[in-house]
Design a protein around this ligand. Structure first.
Ligand code: HEC
Length: 271
């Protein structure tokens, strides 16, 4: 799913005069451990991206529920629209926006414990700080679909307390009609890697809600790249992850360029 598809459907609906602003479905999640909507929790084994490296995969078994029937029950079947984005929000304002198409294509589970009874937590940089994963953590069957391992921990939100459908009107703000077509891939990368914590035109997470477009307009690529490619070089204690750390350096450079290009273009439009 891409921002382009979202925008196309938005424009088609608008041109047809049929565009209706819909209120997004939203659900504060129940406490784990209950039988939910008639579903019984089951174990699922995954390669835990927070513990693994490309050379050393670490498998962990968690207990939880397949996410698709939960979303059907909680959000209504509207979440299955081909262009929908589903927001998984953590207590600290971190917002993971996941394409509905991805949730329908790959088996994902909302889990709330480790199957072996061990601590429901992982160590994350910097300094291998231990974070609790509960109350809810979204995991993917990346043993069955090993291509998911390419994305590392992207799309594995933890401490999830709320789930919502992000409406088409807000997503369209990420790509104003005046923005040239060549910034598409940068917009998609920004959505995937940055908007869980930051914002563009009011869309995104609330962990550190600066507007990245406004920021980029006033900054050089060199300064931007040091933040994005090596945030702990800027601040050893930062919780900002390095961009796609699991990918080769040359690919990461290109990604950073594309994100920067999009951010400056969208930031300049606002002035
Ligand atoms: C998990 C949350 C998270 C994600 C994802 C994230 N950041 Fe950050 N970012 C932060 C935090 C927290 C800071 C505050 C700086 C610190 O920790 O010292 C920050 C700081 C920044 C700054 C410096 C702001 C300033 O005041 O100078 C920039 C620029 C930035 N981020 C850009 C990005 C971009 C671009 C992406 C996507 C490639 C991204 N961030 C992804 C959490 C995140």
């Amino acid at each position: 799913m891409s921002v382009r598809d979202v925008l196309r459907s938005f424009l088609l609906a608008w041109m047809a005069g049929a565009f209706v602003v819909c209120t997004a479905a939203e659900k504060s999640l129940p406490k784990p451990g209950h039988v939910i909507d008639g579903l019984t929790p089951a174990p699922v084994t995954v390669v835990e991206p927070h513990r693994s490296t490309p050379l050393k995969p670490v498998e962990v078994s968690y207990t939880g529920y397949p996410v698709v029937p939960l979303l059907d029950g909680w959000l209504g079947e509207g979440w299955r629209r081909p262009n929908a984005m589903i927001g998984f929000e953590a207590s600290d304002g971190y917002l993971s926006m996941i394409p509905a198409a991805r949730l329908l294509r790959y088996p994902a589970y909302l889990v709330y414990a480790r199957s072996d009874g061990d601590d429901f937590s992982v160590e994350t940089p910097p300094l291998n700080r231990r974070v609790n994963l509960g109350p809810w953590y979204l995991v993917w069957d990346n043993l069955l679909h090993s291509e998911l391992q390419r994305d590392g921990a992207t799309y594995w939100p933890y401490q999830v307390v709320k789930i919502s459908v992000i409406d088409v009107a807000s997503l369209a703000k990420l790509y104003p009609p005046m923005l040239p077509e060549r910034y598409r891939s940068g917009a998609e990368l920004t959505e995937k890697y940055c908007l869980s914590c930051h914002q563009v035109n009011g869309v995104g997470g609330r962990k550190l809600p600066i507007d990245l477009g406004q920021w980029a307009v006033n900054q050089s690529f060199a300064r931007f790249a040091t933040w994005v490619l090596d945030p702990s070089g800027k601040n050893p204690m930062t919780t900002m992850p390095a961009l796609a750390a699991e990918r080769p350096a040359a690919e990461r450079q290109v990604m950073a360029r594309q994100i920067y290009g999009y951010l400056r273009a969208v930031g300049a439009l606002d002035k």
